[in-house]
Design a protein around this ligand. Structure first.
Ligand code: NAD
Length: 377
């Protein structure tokens, strides 16, 4: 008990429950403090997990008083950079910030700088890197089980930054963190649609090329099929992967699909069902951060630099649409190209009227996250 890390949360809503359950399940942290502008959110969390945490409305006050080793940033996207940079100034040992890492690449870069200069280990919540099916696929690919990866197909919806930053992160994880070389894509945006306070497109298609010759295709809001996972085509076989299972087809499986349902470090798929990906992922990322802090591992598979690249690939699709070009990585535009397109009149919504597809998450009379803290530009 004495050696546990003291954890606190900024933004105690939906996904923060995963962080808290991960801290509890991994048994490496005590959750001691919660910050949220909404009191019910903090009360609900304590009731759900039987906790007796200290509550704060002002997250900076929590950082001043609670002597935290680890901080979870679980506000909407526009608050990620502000709160990560603010929390880093208090020098906790580690921060787990939710994805997408930030609303712009420039702000994401500032998060990395702020954490580096304060000696803080930064993790971005692409927790599916801790799913055993994902890791098995990565390992099979690395061992050559399907030959050279030629093509990865995946699907997304509800705007690319939220759902599909997980998919772009997955491409790199599957390819042992191979670098993306270029991105080409297009978007349609006829409405003035937002997702958790962030402008999104109506639909998009992105193509991604990796240094090792692999290609990936993202179809977002253009198909009826949507799932986290991928169909991976190799020169000598196929992998069909979801969050819970993997099917392999190659010469060793006799040309038939061979099913694998690997268990996690903390849970089995059989016991958790469709909660497996959330609970296993949350516990895995908390556990590896504790290992990183304690010097048992050199890095974290969800480290800030990987979160940055996942966001960069999404923004590169917007940049390709804005510049009508194949975008060579790393991307040099550091603001959100979709914002420039709309603000400059390049892409005017033909059916005006701002709405947020996640407004149902807000409480009381709020329709936008206008409580998001002012940006420090
Ligand atoms: N990793 C994943 O798979 C995954 C899944 C769901 C959500 N997310 C991410 O988590 C983030 C939060 O999403 P959510 O669904 O939990 O939203 P939510 O609305 O349920 O929770 C956000 C919480 O932040 C609080 N908040 C807002 N401003 C604040 C401030 N200034 N100080 C303190 N608290 C503040 C709100 O009151 C709310 O309780 C998003 O960025 C989303 O993309 C990630």
């Amino acid at each position: 008990m004495a050696n546990k890390l003291r954890a606190g949360v900024i933004g105690s809503g939906g996904i923060s429950r995963n962080h808290v359950s991960g801290y509890i399940k991994s048994e490496r942290n005590d959750v001691v403090a919660l910050a949220d502008i909404n009191d019910r959110a903090k009360d609900d969390m304590d009731a759900r997990f039987g906790l007796k945490t200290k509550h704060y409305t002002d997250a900076r006050k929590m950082m001043e008083e609670a002597n935290l080793d680890v901080v979870s940033i679980c506000t909407w996207h526009t608050g990620h950079a502000t709160w990560t940079i603010a929390a880093a100034a208090y020098k906790p040992k580690g921060i787990i910030c939710e994805k997408p890492m930030a609303d712009t690449l420039g702000r994401a870069e500032q998060m990395i700088i702020a954490c580096r200069r304060n000696g803080v280990k930064l993790v971005i919540g692409h927790q599916r890197r801790f799913l055993p099916a994902y890791t098995l696929a990565k390992d099979l690919i690395a061992q050559g089980a399907i030959g050279q990866v030629q093509h990865i197909t995946s699907y997304g919806w509800q705007g690319m930054p939220n759902y599909s930053s997980h998919q772009t992160d997955m491409y790199r994880y599957l390819l042992s963190d191979e670098e993306c070389e270029w991105v080409m894509g297009n978007i349609e945006r006829k409405t003035d649609q937002y997702e958790r306070g962030t402008r999104i497109e109506d639909c998009a298609i992105g193509a991604f090329r990796f240094r090792n010759g692999a290609n990936a295709l993202l179809l977002s809001d253009v198909t009826d099929i949507v799932y986290q996972g991928a169909l991976i085509y190799g020169s000598e076989g196929l992998i069909n992967m979801t969050t819970e299972q993997l099917q392999l087809l190659n010469k060793d499986t006799g040309g038939r699909w061979e099913l694998h349902v690997p268990d996690g470090k903390f849970f089995t798929v059989a016991e958790k069902g469709d909660r497996f990906e959330w609970e296993e992922g949350g516990a895995g990322q908390a556990d590896e951060l504790a290992d990183w802090i304690e010097g048992k591992v050199d890095t974290h598979r969800g480290r800030g630099e990987n979160g940055y690249k996942a966001l960069e690939m999404i923004h590169a699709v917007y940049e390709s649409a804005r510049m009508h070009e194949k975008v060579i990585m790393p991307m040099r535009t550091k603001v959100n190209p979709l914002e420039i397109m709309v603000e400059s009149g390049h892409l005017v919504p033909e059916r005006p009227g701002r709405y947020d597809i996640r407004a149902f998450l807000l409480r009381g009379e709020r329709m936008t996250n206008d409580d998001a803290p002012a940006r420090e530009e």
